[in-house]
Ligand binder design. Structure first.
Ligand code: SF4
Ligand code: SF4
Length: 119
């Protein structure tokens, strides 16, 4: 039991707590675009933390635990994600590398600054 808790803690510690996976996102070609203005109702944009972390899977239907499988295959996770980096290091990341873009849906459409390229 203790071993299980330790393994779980070590897995969770791979997360950088960036909160990007809690934002609305869309895959466009070889990029994934994160909307900085639109996110899960349980996400706190000031701290980048989940406000219901321990109960998130019971409370929020759309929330998904990041598993080894997700780390291997989920295209929506950014390359900067700790789980993705771990999977890349172990050569078990099979999703294509995608550039990360940030959008701001609260800005008027057509605003040149509404989409900024990160890398
Ligand atoms: S419930 Fe899930 S998706 Fe929503 S903020 Fe918490 S961790 Fe993120
Ligand atoms: S994108 Fe990855 S590192 Fe960032 S909060 Fe989500 S799981 Fe953690």
């Amino acid at each position: 039991m203790r071993l299980f808790a330790k393994a779980r803690e070590s897995w969770e510690n791979k997360c950088h707590r960036c909160g990007l996976c809690c934002h609305e996102k869309v895959i466009v070609g070889d990029s994934v675009v994160y909307d900085l203005d639109s996110y899960c109702p349980h996400y706190d944009p000031k701290t980048h933390q989940c406000k219901i972390y321990l109960q998130r899977l019971e409370i929020e239907q759309r929330c998904r635990r990041v598993t080894r499988f997700t780390a291997m295959f989920a295209s929506y996770l950014p390359e900067t994600c700790g789980y993705v980096q771990d999977a890349r290091k172990k050569h078990i990341r099979f999703a294509p590398r995608r550039k990360i873009h940030f959008a701001r849906s609260s800005l008027p459409s057509g605003d040149e600054d509404s989409l900024s390229i990160q890398f």
